[in-house]
Design a protein around this ligand. Structure first.
Ligand SMILES: Nc1ncnc2c1ncn2[C@@H]1O[C@H](COP(=O)(O)OP(=O)(O)OP(=O)(O)O)[C@@H](O)[C@H]1O
Ligand SMILES: [Mg+2]
Length: 298
């Protein structure tokens, strides 16, 4: 009997175990669903575009600002807002030449500050601009939550979000809390930045945010005196990475003194030098972004 009863016992045991593991899996699923933040749209905002990069200092904020303005200038019937999600190093107040504390609406929401027709919200409006922001993770998360949920944007076609560098908590938290229509990855063509851009793009793919494409920034230096062009980081890195990652190439933005100088003065080139090739480069990126949004939404 033993040789027969043993397998029977074993199969019962397996059955029992598999039932147990099924129940366990089900319970785990329910638990996970409860634990994960529910995606909730930002009131009044149709499409959220995040501007990100794996690496710092590659030109995300400059791109985000000029992209927002480019979207509006290409199609003035569209309303565009700008959210600075870089809570440690907010750049939008300086780049958009804005200062001050947001007023509160009747329902206690912060009213964005507006310049060049773009309503903006930034942690820089809420904290002293010279005090270092020394926060633990939880405080950062609650600041992000505030910026996402306690702002009265009115009605916006696009909200452009300037992300902090990297692929950390803030990026994940934003991707999981609100529906993001697409991510724009900014990279310089330098190898190390490209590796980080790849990480950035892969992160968004993992959290099911469509990657709209890659912007290659500072790939070519145009001398303001003789107009000679020098490919400082190599000419085609981001284009090749876009191919490798299977994401679209959204455009090239030259390294130009005018972009840096105007940014520092709070006068983005798209509005301060609208006829320059630099401004045209950003407007082209904005058109490519709109085309990609239409593609990924159909
Ligand atoms: N195409 C460009 N030509 C000239 N200067 C540029 C260009 N793009 C960005 N810059 C300059 O490079 C510096 C860094 O740009 P920016 O602040 O936009 O980068 P970032 O990626 O947002 O940085 P961080 O990771 O610190 O947020 C700024 O001084 C900016 O003016
Ligand atoms: Mg920045």
């Amino acid at each position: 009997m033993l040789p027969f009863s043993a397998p029977k016992k074993q199969s019962l045991l397996i059955q029992h175990e598999s039932m147990d593991s099924k129940a366990l899996q089900e319970r785990q699923k329910q638990h996970m669903a409860k634990g994960l933040p529910k995606q909730k749209p930002i009131t009044g905002v149709k499409q959220v575009i995040v501007v990100a990069s794996g690496k710092g200092g590659v030109g995300k904020s400059t791109t985000a600002v000029n992209l927002a303005l480019g979207l509006m200038i290409n199609n003035p019937s569209k309303s565009v807002g700008l959210l600075d999600a870089d809570v440690y190093g907010p750049s939008i107040p300086k780049l958009m030449n804005l200062k001050g504390n947001p007023e509160l609406s009747d329902n206690n929401l912060m009213i964005p500050l507006t310049n060049y027709g773009i309503p903006c919200m930034s942690m820089g409006f809420l904290v002293d601009d010279v005090a270092p922001i020394v926060w633990r993770g939880l405080m950062v998360m609650s600041a992000i939550e505030k910026l996402l949920r306690q702002v009265d944007w009115g009605s916006l076609d696009y909200l452009v979000v300037d992300m902090p560098p990297g692929t950390g908590d803030v990026q994940l938290s934003i991707s999981q809390n609100i529906p993001v229509a697409g991510a724009v990855i900014v990279s310089t063509p330098q190898d190390i930045a490209l590796l980080d851009a790849r990480r950035g793009a892969e992160m968004f793919k993992k959290v099911h945010v469509p990657v709209l494409g890659l912007v290659q920034n500072m790939s070519v230096f145009q001398c303001p005196n003789c107009n000679h062009q020098t490919h400082i980081f190599g000419s085609d890195g981001a284009r090749q990475l876009a191919d490798t990652l299977g994401v679209q190439f959204l455009g090239d933005v030259p390294l130009h003194l005018n972009i840096r100088e105007m940014s520092d003065r709070g006068k983005p080139v798209v509005v301060s030098s609208p006829d320059s090739p630099e401004a045209e480069a950003y407007r082209k990126v904005a058109s490519a972004v709109v085309r990609r949004l239409e593609e990924v939404n159909t």
